[in-house]
Ligand binder design. Structure first.
Ligand code: NDP
Length: 332
């Protein structure tokens, strides 16, 4: 049967303005780093995307290489977009990125013009789209002048292949430089995508911190791995369950599940319980407590996980005492 979206999808989900741009994002966005490769049944991928959209998650985040195998997530998502979401393109915010190794050869990765623009064309073809809404430089490339990377992003917008541009995981200093170069080109930097969670607070650190620079430059922020790949959920409180990301030997590495980390996770879980939230919900609410953060990018291997996590947008605010208790355990 054809997918019919929930007519109330905009009621439950707040949308926040991205920096000083005309773009708005749902407070919670869906990332497709895992669970959209050829190793996940397409029926489950569909179910996750339908659930997301029904919950008001209108933003899907991709990158050239997401899989496995490499690049298959964009192909699978492209198929589902065409088959199930036709007629809804103008409601969707689709992003992709280039910068990590993707093609063979010397222009297969990095921040050079050739790689960025070839990769974007490849992504558009996989996604079956004529444009993405946000195109990111996935990482700072020390071998390529920022001017060249910025000019390639600007060219993507001028060619109509991207509506907005962003950068991911750039330091505060590089972000400041990139914002200035892009402003000069007439294609403002609208968004930065850094990692940020209760267990990873680098964007708050330094003088100025990345968050300070973003606020100052009018750039939005979308935080990734806010659940620390599942560690900040109730999943690992009593061991490693079958089928979880940690058993797949991929990106959630064993040292992250150290006894020391788990002690902090259990303490945070207690604080969440006292607030009437699950740990996943508190982890997302906490990232969103800062108005400089526009959206939280979460992953999900099942539709039910999205229901749990998204309830965070209805969660209570934080008292000063709660924040202080959290700080005792929320550290890298
Ligand atoms: P999360 O920290 O959100 O972890 C997601 C995983 O946590 C899920 O796949 C699931 O794992 C588990 N989980 C989620 N919700 C629940 C729940 N309610 N209860 C129990 N377990 C839950 O994020 P990711 O690390 O996946 O990153 C999110 C997105 O951020 C990526 O998809 C990508 O778009 C982006 N990203 C960007 C990067 C960049 O360089 N710019 C780098 C990394 C991510 P399980 O399989 O165990 O069920």
């Amino acid at each position: 049967p054809a997918y019919v979206p929930n007519p109330d999808r905009y009621e439950a989900m707040p949308h926040r303005r991205v920096g000083r741009s005309g773009l708005k994002l749902p407070a919670v966005s869906l990332g497709m780093w895992h669970n959209f490769g050829d190793d996940t049944p397409i029926a489950r991928q569909r179910a996750i995307m339908h659930k997301a959209f029904d919950l008001g998650i209108t933003h899907f985040d991709l990158a050239n290489g997401y899989g496995p195998p490499f690049g298959s997530a964009e192909k699978n998502v492209g198929r589902i977009l065409q088959e199930d979401f036709s007629g809804l393109r103008q409601e969707l915010i689709i992003s992709t990125k280039a910068g990590y190794p993707f093609f063979a050869g010397p222009h297969g990765s990095g921040g050079g013009r050739g790689h960025l623009l070839a990769s974007l064309d490849h992504s558009l073809s996989s996604l079956r789209l004529d444009h993405v809404d946000i195109f990111y430089s996935h990482r700072f490339d020390p071998e390529v002048p920022l001017e060249e990377t910025a000019a390639a992003l600007d060219a993507a917008v001028r060619a109509g292949k991207a509506r907005y541009v962003g950068i991911s995981s750039y330091s505060a200093t590089r972000t400041r430089e990139m914002a200035a170069i892009l402003r000069g080109l007439g294609t403002p930097l609208v968004i930065h995508q850094p990692s940020y969670s209760l267990l990873n607070r680098w964007i708050e650190e330094g003088e100025p911190s990345l968050l300070d620079v973003l606020a100052d430059e009018g750039v939005g922020c979308i935080a990734f791995s806010a659940l620390a790949q599942g560690l900040l959920t109730n999943k690992y409180l009593n061991g490693i369950p079958e089928g979880s990301r940690a058993t797949q030997g991929k990106t959630l590495r064993e040292h992250m599940l150290s006894e020391e980390n788990l002690e902090h996770v259990r303490a945070l879980h207690k604080i969440a319980e006292a607030r009437g939230q699950s740990l996943a919900q508190m982890a997302v609410s906490w990232v969103l407590r800062d108005p400089r953060v526009t959206s939280v990018l979460i992953g999900a291997s099942r539709p039910e996980q999205l229901e749990d996590t998204v309830a965070s947008v209805r969660g209570p605010g934080f008292t000063a005492d709660e924040l202080a208790a959290i700080d005792e355990h929320a550290r890298d």
